[in-house]
Design a protein around this ligand. Structure first.
Ligand SMILES: [Zn+2]
Length: 83
């Protein structure tokens, strides 16, 4: 898994946003306009890739109140701990 490239991809629109320097702490997408902490952005991409790995459809919605979120977190947790 190309973990090193997670900071180069937008977790919302999935377009490449270019390489960031280590001093740049914020992900700012020039395509969809989203601004996130770069660690949060990287985590979202890893989470999406985890869902893809277990055959889950990836939702592009960023709603926190998603009723399926608990199930998806459990699935991701199982994936990580099952390694
Ligand atoms: Zn974007």
């Amino acid at each position: 898994m190309d973990k090193d490239f997670t900071s180069q991809e937008c977790p919302i629109c999935r377009l490449p946003t270019g390489k960031k320097s280590l001093s740049q702490r914020v992900h700012n997408c020039q395509y969809c306009g989203i601004t996130l902490d770069r660690d949060v952005a990287a985590a979202k991409i890893i989470e999406q890739r985890g869902k893809i790995a277990v055959g889950q459809p990836v939702s592009m919605k960023s709603t926190c109140g998603d009723r399926g979120a608990g199930v998806l977190q459990l699935t991701l947790f199982d994936l990580v701990t099952g390694l």
